[in-house]
Each structure stands twice: as structure tokens, then as C-alpha cells.
Design a protein around this ligand. Structure first.
Ligand code: PXP
Length: 238
């Protein structure tokens, strides 16, 4: 059965909008686990725009499923990962100006660097996943540098403008997943997946795991807004 890991970065984004202490991503992680999430993902960015070091430390202590740390392959993050010891480290490309991760990691052109970096993580018992575009060259390179998992970037599929394009890009994901599995990699996928475009994936054994954040958090606000307003209405009617 596939697994669902939930990215809770947006909870921290909302908190950081006011630099206050709510909503707390640590509480959100516990609720996501109670609802059946198989893992919690956070991206500790270099600029700390959402998740903070404090969040990561507390999540390490409280997450009962699996903690997946998304991070850039920098020396600062290597130190963080080696200290915090998440259950999985997902290496992603990171640009300061981007709104969200914009594409897969360029593994094939950075083999020597990534081989050493992955080795440094594995040396302390960490498991490593690389976020890559669904193309064979990157998948082969991921295996070559020692990753155990690849996370296939589904953002291009999610952005497809026509049904025909979506079908073609979905087939590309299937082919990529099959190829990854055939060379011994475990396969996750994520980015841009929502309550509609997830449907073609149902029943496909090629995918072991999904990583979803934005659409779940967007829905959480909308399905929660009515109750939240009602509670405040009650407090302001006397
Ligand atoms: N996987 C990776 C590597 C990501 O960077 C993100 C976004 O943080 C996700 C999955 C989740 O994407 P989304 O928030 O669009 O569901």
C-alpha cells in the first residue's frame, strides 16, 4: 500500500507572517499523524522563511511516524542533518528567490560532489532521497551517487494545461518510476499534487509514496474556516 507523507511548511509560513507562535507546525504534525499521515516533511531553507531550527528539533522529538527533512546540499545543512538525524534526508535544489522548489536536482552534472555529500550523510546512518526530474539520466545518476530513494518531480505533470499533455507527462512519470525500481531505487513522488491530479496514480504499484503539502494545507484552511469563525462568533455575541 502506498504511503502519504505530509509537508507542513505552510503552517510555519502562516506563523512567520506575524512572527508569532501560532499556528505551531509541531501541533499540525501531531494532528496529521492522528489523521493517518505516514510521515511528516519539512524543508529547512537556508533563509528560514518558514520552518525554524526549533521546529525541526521539536519535530524530531515528537514525530512518531517518519520525519523527512528536505534540504539543500550545503555544509550548513549537512551539520543540521547529522545532528537532528531525520529518518530520511531529501536533497533538493534551492534558490533564494524561488516561491517553491522549481525542479529536480541536477545530479548527473554534479556526481562527484553529490557522491561525497550522500556518503557524508550515510556515514552517520542517514537514509537519502534525491528529488529529481523523471528522466533516466538523473535517476541513473541518483543510484550512482548512492541514494536509496528518488522522489520524482511531479510539478510539470501538475502544471499540464491540457488533458493530452497531462496523460503524456503521467506516462513519463510511470516510465521513470519503472526505470528507478528496475535499478533498485525506491520511488516517491511529489510537488503540485492535489485532490484531482492524484487520481491517475490510484492503484499504480510503481509509486511507493507521495509527498504532498500545499493542496492539503489549502484545503485545511477552507474546511476549517467555518468552525473557526463560528467559535469566534460565539465569543463575540453577548
Ligand atoms: N517534494 C518536494 C521535494 C518539495 O520541495 C515539495 C514542496 O515543498 C513537495 C514535495 C510538496 O509539494 P506541494 O507543496 O506542491 O504538495
Amino acid at each position: 500500500m502506498p504511503r502519504l507523507e505530509v509537508n507542513i511548511d505552510h503552517v510555519a509560513t502562516l506563523r512567520q507572517a506575524r512572527l508569532t507562535n501560532e499556528p505551531d507546525p509541531v501541533t499540525a504534525a501531531a494532528l496529521a499523524e492522528l489523521a493517518g499521515a505516514d510521515g511528516i516533511i519539512v524543508h529547512l531553507r537556508e533563509d528560514r522563511r518558514h520552518i525554524q531550527d526549533r521546529d525541526l528539533e521539536l519535530l524530531r522529538q515528537t514525530v512518531k511516524t517518519r520525519l523527512n527533512l528536505e534540504m539543500a546540499a550545503t555544509s550548513e545543512m549537512l551539520t543540521v542533518a547529522r545532528q537532528v538525524k531525520p529518518d530520511l534526508v531529501t536533497l533538493v535544489p534551492e534558490k533564494r528567490q524561488e516561491l517553491t522548489t522549481e525542479g529536480g536536482l541536477e545530479v548527473a552534472k554534479n556526481m562527484a560532489f553529490l557522491k561525497n555529500y550522500v556518503q557524508d550523510l550515510k556515514e552517520v546512518g542517514l537514509r537519502v532521497s534525491l528529488f529529481v526530474d523523471p528522466v533516466s539520466a538523473q535517476i541513473d545518476a541518483a543510484r550512482e551517487v548512492g541514494a536509496e530513494w528518488v522522489e520524482l518531480h511531479t510539478g510539470t505533470y501538475a502544471d499540464a494545461l491540457t488533458r493530452a499533455e497531462a496523460t503524456r507527462l503521467f506516462q513519463e512519470l510511470i516510465n521513470a518510476a519503472r526505470h528507478a525500481r528496475s535499478i533498485g531505487l525506491k520511488v516517491k513522488c511529489g510537488h503540485g499534487l492535489n485532490y484531482r491530479n492524484i487520481k491517475p496514480f490510484r492503484g499504480r504499484e510503481e509509486f511507493a509514496e507521495f509527498s504532498i503539502g500545499h493542496s492539503i494545507m489549502a484545503r485545511a484552511i477552507l474546511v476549517g474556516i467555518e468552525r473557526a469563525v463560528r467559535e469566534m462568533v460565539e465569543l463575540t455575541r453577548w
